[in-house]
Design a protein around this ligand. Structure first.
Ligand SMILES: [Zn+2]
Length: 183
């Protein structure tokens, strides 16, 4: 292993306030989209459609792959270091609200097949999302990832050949199983 002296400590699920695992993560357009005091606002801002994308995260590696994959559509190299905010949802909470999950392919620019595998489409009527947001208002669900934290995740993930960092799908990726390569 090569020494990387400038490597910053990477965030853990615990350090980001994710109290359980596995959890589903929902990416927020911006951090202020989630307001624990505004339940109906959360429902319309965070789950604006009948079908909303979630990512199943069981450990730190999953989180890094998903966070990088969601940055990988950005046009600039620096875009990969953009932080971002998520909320976390337990499998029980989705079940209680009767929200089914479908592993359909997301048409976002997800280059990493390993992250793609964690993607689920969650479907529900408006009232269902409102019910979920009521549940989520209990406890702190916000997972804000800073630029520095994203940088440290990238420093770890990128050398492993994750496809989120490629222009094209041409590199071998140890984290991305070849059978899902989609070449
Ligand atoms: Zn990957």
């Amino acid at each position: 292993m090569m020494q990387q002296p400038s490597l910053k400590p990477r965030p853990t699920l615990d350090s980001l306030g994710i109290a359980r695992k596995p959890v589903y993560l929902r990416k927020l357009k911006k951090r202020t989209a989630w307001d624990p005091q505004d339940i109906s606002g959360n429902a319309s801002r965070v789950f604006p459609k009948q079908t909303n994308s979630l990512f199943l995260v069981a450990n730190e590696e999953d989180l890094y792959k998903v966070a990088a994959a969601l940055n990988s559509g950005k046009s600039t190299h620096d875009g990969m270091n953009d932080g971002g905010s998520f909320i976390w949802i337990t499998t029980d909470e989705l079940e209680v609200c009767g929200i089914p999950l479908h592993p359909e392919r997301d048409e976002q620019q997800i280059k990493c097949p390993a992250a793609q595998k964690l993607h689920k489409n969650a479907a529900g009527e408006e009232a269902v999302w409102l019910r979920l947001c009521k549940l989520l208002a209990q406890g702190n669900r916000l997972v804000p990832i800073t630029e520095g934290q994203m940088k440290s995740m990238n420093q770890w993930l990128r050398p492993q050949g994750c496809w989120s960092y490629t222009e094209n799908r041409i590199r071998k990726c140890d984290l991305c199983p070849s059978e899902t390569a989609g070449l």
